[in-house]
Design a protein around this ligand. Structure first.
Ligand code: T3D
Length: 257
């Protein structure tokens, strides 16, 4: 039996590949469990300093496997068991997560991608909030993420109409970091993840956490968050190394601690 989620760690980067191409990587319980285990591993292993979420086949991910969803007697329990902890694990991970999106990302597949810290899309990519087509609402943090990324009006249009958001639209509307030609997408993302895996991990983790806190804080509270995080970062090896490298006019060798 082939693995439906493939996890590999190399040179500080964890690559997590959805591998159920014949079903456009529609998410089964087995895959969702494997994703959670992968993100827990990324959190616990110091060797992992960045994560790439990507997929095999012609699409990124068609969302929840609808065969399994139909069999679930309580969708709320299914969401709570699988999607809630996965989104929290991705958002709470103090390391950057990059999504490499090609082809369709639909339903939970779209929102999993948009929950990543940096999203790079191939020109073939589209993000479809397919939920309303089958009588559901956007989950996997869609109702939280979308208005913050693209604004209320566009979020409502995407969610109520299930109109695909193209890669170019996603970029123009601020939902993703960049768009690449499909044949350059893999290389672009590998370079990006390699750079993040060689960066000062603690600083990136603190940045991710502070940005998330900023969505809910007032200015004074957020300035306190920055002060406390900067105090902690000032004691790290990578801060000393960054300043020494700058002074010596050489590239820094960050260790992630
Ligand atoms: O249970 C819970 O926790 C609730 C949570 C729900 C979260 C969600 O994600 S709900 C939304 C689920 N996803 C969808 O509604 C999308 C369904 N798929 C589509 O609308 C289309 O497949 C696409 C727009 C993604 C792509 O269309 P197209 O024409 O390129 O491909 P296709 O022919 O529709 O699909 C190819 C095959 O994949 C096909 O199988 P076949 O006919 O070759 O045997 C199709 O049935 C299968 N497939 C696609 N999506 C799913 C799927 N099988 C199971 N579940 C899917 N989501």
């Amino acid at each position: 039996m082939s693995e439906t989620v493939i996890v590999a760690v190399e040179n500080g980067a964890m690559r997590v590949t959805l591998n159920r191409p014949e079903r456009l990587n529609a998410l089964t319980a087995e895959m969702l469990d494997a994703l959670r285990v992968a993100f827990a591993r990324a959190a616990s292993e110091a060797e992992v300093r960045a994560v790439l979420l990507c997929a095999r086949g012609r699409a990124f991910c068609a969302g929840q496997d609808l065969g399994e969803a139909q069999a679930a007697y309580d969708l709320g329990a299914h969401v709570e068991r699988h999607y809630t902890p996965l989104v929290l694990a991705m958002r709470d991970l103090p390391k950057p997560v990059v999504a490499r999106v090609h082809g369709v990302a639909a339903g939970a597949g779209a929102n999993l991608a948009l929950a990543c810290d940096i999203v790079v899309a191939g020109r073939s990519a589209s993000f479809v909030e397919a939920f309303s087509r089958i009588g559901l609402l956007p989950d996997t943090a869609g109702t939280w993420m979308l208005p913050r990324l693209v604004g209320h009006a566009r979020a409502m249009g995407l969610a109520l109409l299930a109109t695909p958001m193209t890669a170019e639209q996603a970029y123009a509307w601020g939902a993703i970091w960049s768009v690449a030609d499909d044949d350059a997408l893999e290389t672009r993302c590998d370079e990006l993840v390699a750079a993040l895996a060689a960066a000062p991990t603690k600083a990136l983790g603190a940045t991710k956490r502070a940005m998330a806190q900023g969505w809910n804080n007032d200015l004074a509270a957020q300035l306190d968050v920055e002060r406390d995080a900067q105090r902690a970062l000032g004691t790290t090896h990578d801060f000393v190394e960054g300043v020494e490298a700058f002074t010596a006019k050489r590239p820094p060798a960050f260790r992630g601690d």
